[in-house]
Design a protein around this ligand. Structure first.
Ligand code: KG4
Ligand code: ZN
Length: 338
């Protein structure tokens, strides 16, 4: 089954062609990151306009690159939630028009389910059940993937997402948006013991996380040092901060593995590119004899191939939409699709 998939939830317009959920024929991405950089973050209005400009050309490009004709497309999958509403609507409307013109089914895909499905592309033998640590710019959660379309959120951040905090601290340090990768690079030569970071204690669900206290502590440290005429040691601060983020994620991931008894841990989302988190997860999984699945960096960030992968399984589960499909800025990835 050949799926044309579309992703436009944030600042990347992407169109891919994916066969049977696992084989990516092509994944065309137009990133708007340089455009938003001068504002220090994504400007929703600009994002929507750029998606409109890019989407048709990308779809044409995808077909050309894969040497596929329109008649060969069996279904159209699209990210319909969550994300920037104006940005999502561009992809949803394009997908609705394409599905109608091609007379094929329309498959709505939740963005986070898509991130998880990036693992099916990277690991062709991977099948549920498994535990997934989702760490993106907008979401941080531990998900029990019981089946391809049956998932349970075991714990999630109570405030900011891990990626948001990486980006905020990087921004205060003067790194260009999105600064997570630059902060990670700087951290590699730093002393992680130089700046002790707070360890937020949370009551209630032991698998929930919190990052805003950590972010505020790092930002205050930078500002206070500057107010005294100094400057923090950038590499040391980045290393200390990365360590603290990892120390929020790792024990909870271990508890979730224990609690679920899963033998596979998959990682999803842009922050999964972080070298400190990757190294720590690697160590944890070796210690517990758990298989660790970490997709390549190209599949960790936003892309349309992951939407085509999850779209296939949503199709098999009968989760289809009609021309009344809407987009949603927020929506849980558990339960019913629509
Ligand atoms: O999953 P994603 O592409 O977008 C969302 O759906 O949110 O994730 C983007 C996030 C950004 O916050 C970016 O700074 C972060 O992933 N990121 C990193 C690294 N590479 C990307 N954060 C920390 N270390 C990295 N190496
Ligand atoms: Zn994403």
């Amino acid at each position: 089954m050949l799926i044309l998939s579309v992703e436009s939830s944030c600042d990347e317009t992407a169109v891919a062609l994916v066969r049977d959920g696992r084989q990516v024929l092509t994944d065309c991405i137009a990133s708007q990151v340089p455009l938003h950089r001068i504002y220090g973050g994504v400007v929703p209005e600009i994002a929507s306009r750029k998606h409109i400009e890019a989407i048709y050309g990308l779809a044409e490009q995808a077909l050309e690159k894969a040497n596929v004709s329109r008649a060969e497309i069996d279904a159209v999958a699209v990210t319909y939630a969550p994300g920037l509403i104006g940005a999502l609507l561009v992809g949803v409307n394009f997908a609705k028009a394409a599905a109608m013109a091609l007379n094929v089914p329309l498959i709505p895909v939740h963005h986070i389910r898509g991130h998880i499905a990036a693992n099916y592309i990277a690991y062709p033998d991977l099948e549920p059940p498994f535990l997934c640590l989702v760490v993106s710019g907008g979401h941080t959660m531990l998900v029990d993937v019981k089946d391809y379309t049956d998932m349970e959120i075991l714990g999630s951040t109570r405030d900011d997402a891990a990626g948001e905090c990486f980006d905020k601290v990087a921004r205060v340090l003067g790194m260009p948006y999105p600064g997570g990768a630059a902060l990670d690079k700087a951290a590699r030569s730093g002393d992680e013991n130089r700046y002790p970071m707070p360890h937020t204690k949370l009551s209630g669900n032991p698998l929930d996380m919190s990052f805003s206290g950590l972010k505020t502590a790092a930002v205050n440290l930078i500002h206070n040092t500057r107010q005294k005429g100094g400057e923090v040691e950038v590499a040391d601060l980045c290393a200390s901060f990365s360590r603290a983020v990892s120390e929020m994620l790792l024990p909870r991931t271990e508890t979730a593995l224990e609690q679920t008894g899963r033998h596979v841990l998959a990682v999803a989302g842009g922050v999964a590119a972080n070298s400190r988190i990757r190294a720590d997860l690697d160590r944890l999984c070796k210690k517990r004899n758990v298989r660790l699945c970490m997709p390549p960096l190209s599949l960790c960030g936003d892309n349309a191939a992951m939407i085509g992968a999850q779209g296939y399984y949503e199709f098999l589960a009968g989760n289809l939409a009609d021309q009344t499909l809407n987009a949603y800025a927020t929506k849980s990835m558990e339960g019913e699709t629509l």
